[in-house]
Write a protein that binds this ligand. Structure first.
Ligand code: GLC
Length: 435
């Protein structure tokens, strides 16, 4: 080959490679539809379950107490959640009005709650239970018609090939440098299993990117991993709990323990993107089962959180940590039932809505569907409420769900609503018909 030909060949190859790299992610039709459905769903239940449930001190115990990885793994030999019944879980969750379940397929502890070919450290091969919990859950979700999302940890405190980050340093593994290629391949193999063997998966929910935040050069190789997921199931949404604005290839934006735009827990200062939003929160104070934590939020608080999320155009992913015996904690079950009862009446003002045209206020929030604006009054010590509605005309106001007409007075900058009494309900909803 002449020098000139070689030059053109190299130039061509270089152009091709930059073209590939600069290609921006184009979500497919199915993916866009799935985003829309996700946005309409508004309420999901998060389930954090793994070997850590047996130690009953939350899912971070392994690293918090520097438990040796080989000793920790022995928990598997005693894991026999005799009360696990996927049908019961799914029925209770469905009855709460939740429209999807997000299950921890593998948390930071590294134990797979599904039957994987790529490690024996899994629910079927390493426990006397020998049942593929994820399979049972997935089958039941599909049967009862509720979407299944899968949490997947980028961190692994058990595997020797997982590269150490800032956590899991005291679990006794020998090589801090790990073997990235091997671990990356392992994750992609598992993701392929998850997206091939369990039917339709609504979303993959990544967590742990932040483990390398002190190592800015670390490359998680997310674009290829995301592309793999979208190739296997184009409608599967990708979210990553990295506490940053969404990266290329992601379909939803996740917030942890704070509503979008708020940052009380210190994990959620990031800007709000145009992607569908979801915020996750615990029902008590811990994600994984914690025996001493009976500090459950009241039904009122939980409903307020759901309504406020909807008012900010976000879904609420509410967590429960199943017990080591496989049952959901009783308090959690009663909260689910009560939220379900509330949603039976008020669901119309939540599902399928978007954040309303009046921004959240200390008194509450608004949600909107077409020309209907739902005013959710959560906290008001008055019978009158001023609503700033400069650009929209109000045709009528009704109490919800009774649909009794309410009085209101117009002014150039909005309306003043007159309620029949100072509101005391969990959520006093007023339906406004807009022009
Ligand atoms: C955090 C924790 C993790 C939990 C997750 C849920 O990132 O590391 O234990 O699963 O939040 O949002």
């Amino acid at each position: 080959m002449t020098k000139l030909r070689l030059f053109y060949l190299l130039l061509f190859l270089w152009c091709m490679s930059t073209a590939v790299h600069s290609q921006t992610y184009q979500p497919t039709e199915e993916n866009l539809k799935s985003r829309q459905e996700f946005r309409d769903a508004k309420f999901g239940i998060f389930l954090h379950w793994g070997l850590y449930a047996m130690l009953a001190t939350g899912e971070w115990t392994m690293t918090n107490n520097d438990l040796n990885y080989k000793e920790y793994a022995k928990l598997a030999g005693g894991f026999y959640p005799s009360r696990f019944d996927a049908a019961q879980w799914v029925s209770a969750i469905k009855a709460s009005g939740a429209r999807y379940i997000c299950f921890t397929s593998r948390h930071h502890e590294g134990f797979s709650m599904f039957h994987t070919r790529y490690s024996d450290y899994n629910i079927v091969d390493a426990t006397p239970f020998k049942r593929d919990i994820l399979k049972e859950l997935a089958d039941e979700c599909h049967k009862q018609g509720i979407r299944l999302h899968l949490y997947y940890s980028h961190i692994d405190w058990y595997r020797e090939d997982a590269v150490w980050g800032r956590t899991g340093r005291g679990t006794g593994r020998p090589h801090p440098e790990g073997n990235w290629e091997s671990y990356y391949q392992f994750m992609n193999n598992q993701l392929t299993e998850l997206l091939t063997n369990y039917g339709e998966i609504g979303a993959i929910w990544f967590d742990g990117w932040w483990d390398q935040d002190q190592n800015p050069d670390f490359d998680w190789q997310l674009p290829e991993q995301y592309a793999l997921i979208h190739r296997l199931q184009p409608a599967c949404l990708i979210g990553n709990n990295h506490h940053q604005v969404p990266f290329e290839g992601e379909d939803i934006q996740i917030f942890e323990r704070d509503l979008p735009g708020e940052n009380k827990a210190g994990l959620s200062g990031q800007d709000i993107s145009a992607l569908p939003l979801e915020t996750c929160e615990t029902m008590n104070g811990m994600w994984g089962y914690k025996i001493t934590d009976q500090n459950y939020k009241s039904t009122r608080e939980l409903i307020h959180y759901l309504v406020k999320a909807a008012g900010k155009d976000a879904n609420l992913l509410m967590n429960i940590g199943p017990q080591p015996d496989g049952a959901l904690p009783e308090v959690a079950l009663s909260r689910l039932a009560e939220i379900g009862k509330w949603l039976q009446t008020y669901g119309e003002t939540i599902y399928g809505t978007r954040g309303g045209c009046i921004a959240p206020h200390p008194w509450g929030v608004t949600t909107q569907k077409g020309n209907k604006l739902y005013v959710h009054i959560l906290n008001l010590q008055d019978k009158a409420l001023f609503l700033p509605l400069e650009n929209r005309k109000v045709k009528a106001a009704f109490s919800f769900p009774e649909k009794r007409p309410l009085k209101f007075q117009k002014s150039p900058i909005g309306i003043t609503l007159y309620l029949n009494q100072v509101p005391t309900d969990i959520d006093t909803v007023v339906e406004l018909e807009l022009d």
